[in-house]
Design a protein around this ligand. Sequence first.
Ligand SMILES: NC(=O)c1ccc[n+]([C@@H]2O[C@H](COP(=O)([O-])OP(=O)(O)OC[C@H]3O[C@@H](n4cnc5c(N)ncnc54)[C@H](OP(=O)(O)O)[C@@H]3O)[C@@H](O)[C@H]2O)c1
Length: 316
Amino acid sequence: MIGVLLLLFLLPFLLYIAAPQIRKMLSSGVCTSTVQLPGKVAVVTGANTGIGKETAKELAQRGARVYLACRDVQKGELVAREIQIMTGNQQVLVRKLDLADTKSIRAFAKGFLAEEKHLHILINNAGVMMCPYSKTADGFEMHIGVNHLGHFLLTHLLLEKLKESAPSRVVNVSSLAHHLGRIHFHNLQGEKFYHAGLAYCHSKLANILFTQELARRLKGSGVTTYSVHPGTVNSELVRHSYLMRWIWWLFSFFIKTSQQGAQTSLYCALTEGLEVLNGNHFSDCHVAWVSAQARNETVARRLWDVSCDLLGIPVD
Ligand SMILES: NC(=O)c1ccc[n+]([C@@H]2O[C@H](COP(=O)([O-])OP(=O)(O)OC[C@H]3O[C@@H](n4cnc5c(N)ncnc54)[C@H](OP(=O)(O)O)[C@@H]3O)[C@@H](O)[C@H]2O)c1
């Protein structure tokens, strides 16, 4: 009895001591590519914090000109300065991009296309999770609007530049949560039924379906695309849910840091010879299993057409 009580008493202390080792075990998957990026151009969405910031930092460290595409330019500028100082790379630039507003997305793309000759790496990283029901400037439900439709439009607008710059890559940051997602075409905007957690899962499923359809359409173009699950990462993603914030705080010693969370995005952006795995989903720097719905080509094609329709892009 005394032994059990002693163990219970010591358990939090033992867990605290073991936390770095447990975190290391749970965050296998490190991008070991030694590729350097002088002369290369990269865009990272949502790069002012979390996984996006760490992804941008590593790309800058390797010599790329990196665009931090952020909705809050002031936050972005502070981070750009921090990355410039840490990496010695002055080519870290901030541009305004609000994925919840197609006007802002079009303005970002217009500005980028006017000032840059190339785009080699596009990391569609920004995301929102568990927002109370709300809509984007264009009337799309926030999760599907920002996480899927915003990045769909951005990629579409930058596609010619990516093709001209081939070999080039598009990395879409999805999630393991896609397993709970479904594409309800009759309720894409959550107007008939809405659950904040599920809305996130649906949008993350859309990221994978988009990746697969994009890969099919880009075959032979020299542009390849990958979706990733970054792991469970200690970031600001849970900001909209009190419960999730509390759970994240409780397990913060064990879950990945943002730097560890960036590894799979970096792996897909940098690893040489990955072109043969065009369209695949990755986790911990390995190809990962996706749900049956995420492998459904018919749903992927239909989602593509519906997305074009909603965004006023001619369907080809
Ligand atoms: N953290 C995890 O455990 C986890 C797990 C699986 C997948 N992911 C995915 O990883 C990606 C990065 O998330 P994170 O964990 O790094 O979260 P985070 O720290 O909350 O970062 C999200 C980024 O997205 C930006 N963003 C949100 N709405 C935007 C909008 N309308 N326009 C432009 N940017 C917007 C945020 O900007 P502000 O700072 O201005 O809000 C922020 O820079 C997301 O796609 C997420 O779904 C994360």
